[in-house]
Design a protein around this ligand. Structure first.
Ligand SMILES: Cc1cc2nc3c(=O)[nH]c(=O)nc-3n(C[C@H](O)[C@H](O)[C@H](O)COP(=O)(O)OP(=O)(O)OC[C@H]3O[C@@H](n4cnc5c(N)ncnc54)[C@H](O)[C@@H]3O)c2cc1C
Length: 315
């Protein structure tokens, strides 16, 4: 029996779409699915999780004080507690910023092997597919041990409805705040209502080809029309045209949207490392010999300052 425990991430009181995709992935090969929720459970959350195939929902509510609920060291002890109590032998979480903070701590406490950034996983055989060497190759890795852990790339799998009845278990535990890690403050990034990159179905990104900060408004305007998330190459970030939170690539966000539109981006190995797994790549570039043009599904060759306004006019 493969009992999968899934660490659920929430946003504004709702289960993140990317967590639902992870449930779908786990449901393909696990015998039972247990969702672990740390910020309280409502009927809406229960309905939502059971609609996607979760059999058991564990309410691991931590005290609603940021230094406790948001402390990854405290969260890790809660996940470990649930894993041991419920005899979970597969644990999945997102390879999101929160997951990167939490999952290695859980793995260390359980002495369990962990693969991050998986785009696929078979929980029966304990194998996972993940990108390596900045996305230059995909590796299939076999984990062995009693408990195996998988960090799943957000958006790698689209959520599929698979309704089952779900039961809820409340699991209270004393939150032990470790003395060596004290959360002093959290400053939320100012996203001004923009979609998160990891969650977005469509991303439109700009690079050096935009030439300056003011021109980046073209990317923002197109994003609004397309209901897409705006993003950037590292050059655009280093130039100060957009904040770091927009950067896609090896040293930025790793994304897997349905559509990625790269405007004025040459397609360096480091940029591809962050968006290679997009389901469809569209390149807008004036130079047909760039790596982005050679490795995309559709290319629009020409001056982006003529093409983007025309796309907006058509939309
Ligand atoms: C350790 C390390 C980590 C890195 N991490 C990242 C990372 O996370 N993300 C990342 O993006 N980069 C990263 N880089 C940088 C990376 O190597 C490239 O320098 C960068 O991705 C290039 O950005 P760009 O494509 O915007 O610029 P360029 O390579 O200069 O490409 C600009 C493109 O715009 C096109 N263009 C110009 N004008 C127009 C126009 N008017 N219309 C249409 N097209 C036009 C050009 O033809 C060109 O293809 C990293 C580098 C290192 C060494």
């Amino acid at each position: 029996m493969k009992q999968a425990g899934i660490v659920i991430e929430m946003e504004n009181g709702r289960v993140k779409e990317t967590s639902l995709g992870m449930i779908t992935l786990a449901g393909r090969t696990a015998d039972s699915l247990t969702a672990m929720v740390m910020s309280g459970i409502t009927d809406d959350i229960t309905d939502h999780l059971s609609e996607y195939g979760v059999h058991t929902i564990v309410d691991l509510s931590l005290p609603d004080a940021p230094e406790i609920r948001r402390n990854p060291a405290v969260q890790a002890t809660a996940v470990v507690h649930a894993a041991r109590e419920l005899k979970l032998d597969r644990i999945l979480g997102l390879s999101s910023p929160e997951g990167k903070d939490l999952l290695p701590r859980v793995a260390a406490l359980l002495d369990a092997p962990l693969i991050m950034d998986c785009v696929d996983a078979d929980l029966k055989t304990g194998t996972a597919t993940t990108s390596q060497y900045s996305g230059k190759m995909m590796a299939k890795i076999q984990l062995t041990g009693e408990i195996l852990m998988f960090g799943v790339r957000p958006n790698a799998v689209l959520p599929e409805s698979k309704p089952v009845p779900a039961k809820t278990i409340a699991m209270t535990m004393d939150a032990v705040v470790p003395e060596n890690i004290i959360l002093l403050s959290r400053d939320e990034a100012d996203t001004e209502g923009r979609q998160s990159l990891a969650e977005a179905d469509i991303i439109i990104a700009g690079g050096r080809g935009l030439k300056n900060k003011d021109n980046f408004s073209l990317i923002f305007d197109c994003a609004e029309k397309l209901n897409a998330a705006p993003a950037a190459s590292r050059v655009a970030v280093d130039e100060g045209w957009v904040p770091y939170a927009f950067q896609v690539g090896q040293t930025g966000e790793k994304v897997s949207p349905q559509v990625y539109i790269a405007c004025g981006i040459s397609g360096s190995i480091q940029h591809f490392a962050g968006m290679k797994t997009a389901k469809m790549i569209i390149a807008v570039n004036k130079d047909e010999n760039t790596a982005m043009m050679a490795n995309c599904d559709y290319q629009v060759q020409g001056d982006l300052f003529a093409i983007l306004p025309e796309i907006m006019r058509q939309l």
